[in-house]
Design a protein around this ligand. Structure first.
Ligand code: HQG
Length: 180
């Protein structure tokens, strides 16, 4: 992705996950926005989301953050929302262990309260250490925690796997966390 696509991807993340009102965009209850609305509502902005640019971002996106509907009319984010939309996540049985990347500055609080979802709808977990490390880096010096996911599941906690393979759950209590 070039610089324009990266900026467009970040802008789409903001609009489709957190703040559609930024440009007066409307999302359906299941998180879809019309691509024609995105084009129309950004036509006078410095960063214009043309249909072509939107399609390139969806196609080239490293984490497959977005999906276009089969009829080509709408777009939505696969996960990561802070606003209350229902993307129809389905429950999945997790592997034994999942990973959560965080920053060392948060560890004291995490070991006290467990992993909290904060503003997002879910706590985000990764299937591999490297991905978790990259997620942690966004916040500072990275630190990876192991989450005893299968044990959680056996105790009745729900796990979901998004379309782009991010594991999600509502809260991870301290007793299921191990410092890697
Ligand atoms: C931390 C990216 C203190 C948590 C990634 C994290 C991900 C606590 C931060 C997705 C805490 C929240 C989400 C507690 C959790 N006390 N801090 N009790 N519990 N935290 O950005 O997981 O690139 O909301 O460790 O790939 O970093 O945007 O969550 O450091 O999948 O597609 O609070 O965002 O995806 O930060 O990242 P975030 P996250 P995209």
């Amino acid at each position: 992705m070039g610089e324009t696509e990266v900026r467009a991807s970040k802008f789409l993340s903001l609009l489709l996950r957190h703040n559609p009102g930024e440009i007066g965009l409307e999302l359906s209850n299941d998180g879809w926005a019309k691509i024609s609305d995105l084009v129309e509502l950004t036509k006078d902005r410095k960063l214009r989301l043309t249909r072509d640019l939107v399609e390139r971002v969806v196609e080239l996106n490293d984490k497959k953050r977005f999906v276009i509907s089969v009829d080509g009319v709408r777009i939505r984010a696969n996960q990561g929302h802070s606003i209350a939309v229902d993307v129809g996540l389905r429950e999945h049985s997790p592997p034994d262990v999942l990973f959560h990347g965080t920053a060392s500055g948060f560890i004291e609080s995490i070991m006290k309260f467990g992993l909290l979802r904060g503003v997002r709808q879910h706590v985000h977990l990764s299937a591999d250490v490297e991905t978790a490390k990259q997620v942690g880096k966004r916040h500072g010096s990275p630190l990876v925690l192991r989450v005893l996911a299968l044990e959680m599941k056996r105790e009745g906690f729900s796990f979901y796997l998004s379309e782009n393979m991010v594991w999600l759950t509502e809260h991870v209590p301290v007793r299921f966390l191990v410092r890697a």
